[in-house]
Ligand binder design. Structure first.
Ligand SMILES: Nc1ncnc2c1ncn2[C@@H]1O[C@H](COP(=O)(O)OP(=O)(O)O)[C@@H](O)[C@H]1O
Ligand SMILES: [Mg+2]
Length: 368
């Protein structure tokens, strides 16, 4: 194992030394190192693994360790010294895969935030390119919204707000704290991964772009992203701005509200594109209830639903300049998080002095 960047950043050299210590028997777990770094601070060391390390970790990429397969290769669960991790073996057909591998290592390897998935390491050996991430036990938001296994519970309103807030905070870090800023370019439910408490983390930075610097307002790129999430201005001009991410985030909010996919070919033509279908309901207060995911069974605070629809509609403005900046979106969703859904029964049982934020039936974010 080696450590990327350790030679050029003093803090990284420090972390690297700790990893070497652990190999000498002074075990310092990855979790402990993670706890030591502050959000937005210098990222943990990104470790360089050998192919043998990762083959051993996944029992030779055994089928039973396969977690899923995305556009860029297979994803396995693996056991390393640091604990349970996720190993993505890139399918490097074509140039794009190799480019995305480098972008992922260089960008995600330098960022650290509790709402971004942690890149533990990578492997470059011959033709092999692998990435090692922290393991996210609850899979992706897409799994929970659209491919729910029978044993999985429906996502409740409060959990959806928690996920929306965390995803917005991850984006706010990329746009407002990372220096230079980063345009994510791949905000979608499949890339929002969930830990055991449904804390969301953004993943897949292969398409990310270092944002405009100085007086520039955009970065020119080949249009890439995921159908249904792509901002119309970016699709037409190839000019990528932070507001392109805001549009995609608006689509993600609509998915959380409606339980419908951004683009769903199994639906009738008029309903395939979520934004097109939802548009007539977005600007009429009385009709916003029609957008609510039927699987919520009315279990949401009506005011908060209306507000979330308004936030989504602002993010989805056709003209990029009318979309909000992500810091304002975080502020607005944070406010909604203070108005959790409280089931009727627990409302009756609560003593008059108890605050809604102390209700233990709501997810951990709302606990006192
Ligand atoms: N860090 C991770 N922890 C747990 N599961 C993951 C992780 N990264 C990806 N996955 C799972 O692997 C699958 C494939 O992921 P990925 O290759 O990113 O493709 P996509 O984003 O197109 O779904 C996803 O369904 C996701 O649930
Ligand atoms: Mg992904």
């Amino acid at each position: 194992m080696g450590c990327l960047f350790s030679c050029c950043h003093p803090c990284r050299r420090e972390t690297s030394r700790r990893i070497d210590d652990s190999r000498n028997g002074h075990a310092e777990s990855l979790e402990h190192r993670k706890n030591q770094s502050m959000d937005g601070g210098v990222a943990d060391c990104v470790v360089s693994f050998t192919f043998k390390d990762l083959a051993n970790a996944t029992q030779n990429f055994k089928e039973s360790n396969l977690l899923g397969e995305g556009g860029f290769g297979k994803v396995y669960r693996g056991k390393l010294e640091s604990g349970q991790e996720t190993i993505k073996q890139l399918n490097l057909e074509g140039l794009q895969g190799a480019k995305e591998f480098l972008t992922e290592v260089l960008i995600l390897g330098t960022l650290q935030h509790s709402n971004l998935v942690n890149l533990v390491g990578y492997c470059i050996e011959g033709d092999q390119r692998l990435l090692v991430y922290e393991f996210m036990p609850m899979g992706s938001l897409e799994d929970h919204l659209f491919h729910r296994a029978p044993a999985m519970a429906q996502l409740e309103w409060n959990t959806r707000i928690k996920i929306a807030l965390g995803a917005a905070q991850g984006l706010a870090y990329l746009h407002g704290v990372a220096n230079p800023p980063v345009i994510y370019r791949d905000m979608k439910a499949a890339n929002v991964l969930l830990d055991n408490d449904f804390n969301p983390k953004l993943s897949d930075f292969g398409l990310a772009k270092i944002g405009p610097v100085g007086d520039n307002t955009h970065v020119s790129t080949r249009v890439m992203g995921t159908y249904g999430y792509c901002a119309p201005d970016y699709a037409m001009s190839g000019k990528l701005t932070m507001k392109s991410d805001i549009y995609s985030f608006g689509v993600l909010l609509l998915e959380l509200i409606t339980g419908r996919k951004a683009f769903d070919t199994s639906k009738a033509a008029a309903e395939q594109n979520l934004v097109t279908w939802a548009w007539p309901f977005l600007f009429e207060e009385k009709r916003s209830k029609k957008l609510a995911d039927p699987s919520l069974r009315g279990r949401y605070p009506e005011n908060a639903l209306r507000h979330l629809v308004v936030i989504a509609s602002m993010c989805l403005q056709e003209q990029a300049r009318f979309r909000p900046i992500i810091a304002d979106v975080v502020f607005a969703i944070n406010f909604l998080a203070t108005q959790p859904y409280i089931p009727e029964t627990s409302r009756i049982r609560r003593s008059p002095s108890s605050s809604p934020l102390c209700d233990t039936r709501t997810p951990s974010r709302f606990h006192c």
